[in-house]
Write a protein that binds this ligand. Structure first.
Ligand SMILES: *[C@@H]1O[C@H](CO)[C@@H](O)[C@H](O)[C@H]1NC(C)=O
Ligand SMILES: *[C@@H]1O[C@H](CO)[C@@H](O)[C@H](O)[C@H]1NC(C)=O
Ligand SMILES: *[C@@H]1O[C@H](CO)[C@@H](O)[C@H](O)[C@H]1NC(C)=O
Length: 507
């Protein structure tokens, strides 16, 4: 293969997203059935560069511009606040092939640890243990491929709000940030939150319900109390993620700033000892189902509804959005929001589940015993979608039949990804898209940018971006990689999940 035809596939993926949702913007593309074709010739630079200008805030001008397409009628009746959502770590991926290989392996191993950790409840109930061996990593270099947003914490007369960048996680409840005086904190980019500098900060009392039942629901463990006696006892939380990451510290309340909104008395974890796969972020925003999650704490204001739009581009400068509240006027969806039943599992309180009843690849339906057989978890904190073995194998067979018809040579598997191709020398790739049919009839078609994972930048190893679970009865997970360029709506009061196509690369 001559070097001249090598494809910058990482950029291809970035543009694919733009193209699929935005209808082209200069690149020649065409939807063919449920496939996406794109020209690789125009991808060299400028098209992408235009999309990756530094992100703008949702100021009034921008909002007005956005609303132009949505015909907002009169003043908003429901409170909504919109935050920027950025991709966190891809810009840190090294160019050097060996370093890149190692880095991606770690990222996917971390993702496997996450996916396995979400199985723990099941594993305990069945004879199967999560026996997959995964390297446990610590430290900033092994970031998960998660999305982040910025919150403001603390402050009052005199003291400034501390802006903190946190991972957005629908798979856990307690929001926490690293706090002074840290006994063991990982390196973060923002300044550490200092409770002493915030006049509105208060430790949650040991006898408060937040320290007992709420914390138990959120973390699996009630708070513990320093038995120093007296009425100033603090409530200590210990949050352990299944992948070995943890945060421990003091349960506290303070003023929270979310976009333009201000919330008093927000309960969060002031983390004094934290370690794990949090990159250089200041902590994590928990958007799960139980009482202490941000959604639940703000339910009286935002009606228990939130939504996000995850950008597909690999630039850290491009933002999608996280929206609290049900006002849809800030959405830029290009298809109507289609809803399916939101399912709860009492054994796994924080998680959002749905029922995937059917699947198709490139418009061709596939059948598998695993479809409709179990609750499927939707999670913003897992990267790669995990399907039941029967579903994965059926979908993969149809994918390889269609995609392989172009004659792309096979490439070795990579980490958890077992279906890879050598795409060097190809100007165009036509990618069959996976469609999931949800209970009630809603169809969600994965964006083209969510179908392939570029291992090698020269295109010589590009993999189907999905993986199989080990066992048919494990919990399937829809990861963030397959949620890109969608408006995903979580309506916890109406108990429904909504999906619509949207170009999430707001600039
Ligand atoms: C925090 O972010 C807000 C909103 O962007 C900004 O106005 C403020 O200046 C920031 N504060 C600090 C201390 O950076
Ligand atoms: C918790 O303890 C404090 C101090 O002993 C007391 O004033 C307060 O009423 C107690 N709160 C509850 C909910 O029991
Ligand atoms: C999913 O929906 C199908 C069709 O309504 C139903 O037969 C099946 O029992 C459901 N599965 C789950 C796990 O709820």
């Amino acid at each position: 293969m001559e070097a001249a035809h090598r494809i910058p596939l990482l950029r291809v993926l970035a543009l694919l997203a733009v193209v699929a949702a935005g209808g082209g913007r200069g690149a020649r593309t065409a939807a063919v059935g449920k496939s996406a074709v794109l020209s690789l010739r125009e991808l060299d630079g400028c098209g992408v560069a235009r999309q990756t200008r530094s992100a703008r805030r949702y100021d009034d001008a921008k909002r007005a511009e956005m609303l132009g397409e949505h015909k907002k009628a009169g003043p908003a009746r429901t409170a909504t606040t919109v935050l920027e959502l950025k991709h966190h770590s891809l810009t840190a991926i090294p160019d050097d092939p060996t370093a890149r290989d190692r880095y991606l392996r770690h990222l996917l191993a971390a993702d496997e640890a996450r996916a396995n950790s979400l199985q723990l409840h099941n594993a305990a109930a069945s004879t199967q243990s999560s026996s997959t061996e995964v390297p446990l990593t610590s430290g900033i270099r092994f970031q998960t491929l998660n999305y982040v947003t910025t919150i403001g914490l603390g402050g009052s007369s005199g003291s400034a709000v501390t802006n903190l960048t946190v991972i957005v996680d629908t798979g856990s409840d307690l929001t926490w940030v690293q706090c002074k005086p840290c006994s063991a904190c990982y390196a973060q980019r923002d300044p550490l939150f200092d409770p002493a500098g915030s006049a509105t900060y208060a430790a949650v009392r040991c006898n408060a319900s937040a320290c007992a039942a709420s914390l138990k629901a959120a973390t699996g463990m009630p708070g513990s109390c320093a038995s120093t006696g007296g009425s100033s006892e603090k409530c200590y939380y210990a949050l352990a993620y299944g992948d070995g990451s943890f945060s421990r510290g003091v349960l506290a309340t303070d003023k929270l700033a979310l976009g333009a909104a201000r919330l008093d008395g927000f309960v969060f974890g002031c983390g004094l000892s934290n370690r794990g796969l949090f990159g250089g972020t200041a902590g994590l925003m928990g958007l799960g189902r139980t009482e202490l999650s941000l959604v639940s704490q703000t339910a009286s204001r935002y009606g228990g509804v939130f939504s996000y739009c995850l950008p597909a581009t690999t630039s850290g400068d491009v933002s999608g959005s996280l929206s609290l509240g049900g006002d849809a006027s800030s959405y830029r969806n290009t298809t109507p929001v289609a809803y399916t039943r939101m399912i709860a599992d009492p054994a796994q309180p924080p998680f959002y589940f749905l029922n995937v009843t059917g699947a198709a690849v490139g418009g061709t339906p596939v059948t598998a015993a695993g479809l409709g057989a179990s609750n499927v978890l939707i999670d913003s904190g897992t990267v790669i979608t995990r399907l039941a073995p029967s579903v994965y194998h059926a979908a993969r067979a149809e994918f390889t039949r269609q995609f392989g018809a172009a004659g792309y040579p096979a490439a070795p598997g990579f980490s958890i990804l077992d279906t890879c191709y050598d795409l060097t020398g190809h100007d165009e790739v036509k990618v069959p898209l996976l469609t999931l049919r949800l209970e009630g009839g809603a169809d969600v078609t994965v964006d083209a940018a969510g179908m392939l994972f570029v291992v090698r930048k020269d295109g010589s190893q590009v993999c189907l971006a999905m993986a199989s679970l080990s066992y048919e009865d494990q919990t399937p997970i829809i990861g963030n990689y397959q949620q890109k360029n969608k408006r995903v709506v979580y309506d916890t009061v109406g108990s429904r999940l909504g999906f619509a196509d949207e170009d999430c690369s707001y600039v």
